[in-house]
Design a protein around this ligand. Structure first.
Ligand SMILES: [Zn+2]
Length: 92
């Protein structure tokens, strides 16, 4: 396997998305090519950092979403809604 093909497949290799035959060829290439091995280490480190950076945010309950919508639609009459668009003086 050539370096150019190896480098295109490194990300998929790290994510274990390659078929076994291709993964084996790529692994063999990495065993003797220090440049591609260095690139694989760089990609692997980046993927590891990306996984660590992912945080899960709590999903609001449907009850809290419903309460927020009801609070918006039940604003007192005469009070301008937050969703109205205002003319910026272009139609004077
Ligand atoms: Zn190489």
């Amino acid at each position: 396997m050539l370096c150019i093909r190896t480098r295109r497949l490194i990300s998929a290799f790290i994510d274990r998305e390659l078929d076994p035959a291709t993964a084996s060829c790529l692994s063999a290439h990495l065993s003797w090519c220090r440049w591609c091995r260095r690139e694989a280490q760089r990609v692997d480190r980046g993927a590891h950092l990306a996984r660590e950076a992912c945080i899960e945010l709590p999903v609001p309950s449907t009850d809290s979403i419903f309460a927020a919508v009801m609070a918006l639609v039940s604003e007192p009459a005469g009070r301008p809604s937050r969703f109205l668009f205002r003319s910026e003086g272009r139609h004077r």
